[in-house]
Design a binder for this molecule. Sequence first.
Ligand SMILES: [Zn+2]
Length: 76
Amino acid sequence: MLIECSECHGRISDQAASCPHCGAPPPGRSGDIKGHQILGMCGAVGGLAIFMITVSPEWRMGGGVLMILGLIGALL
Ligand SMILES: [Zn+2]
């Protein structure tokens, strides 16, 4: 499929790593979500859920640690 380059408005393939006319990256490529970011988000949400539903201080601590680690993973 051909898409329009955001820099030079030339036609480029959506499979191309960069525009053959001006070398700009195709739109929507720069913000690719990586696997570990999804994993980190799941950890953060899971940790938050544990933190919210439990009354045990140990579990709350575990949930908080999981949430922080997940957030770090999601931001890397
Ligand atoms: Zn271009």
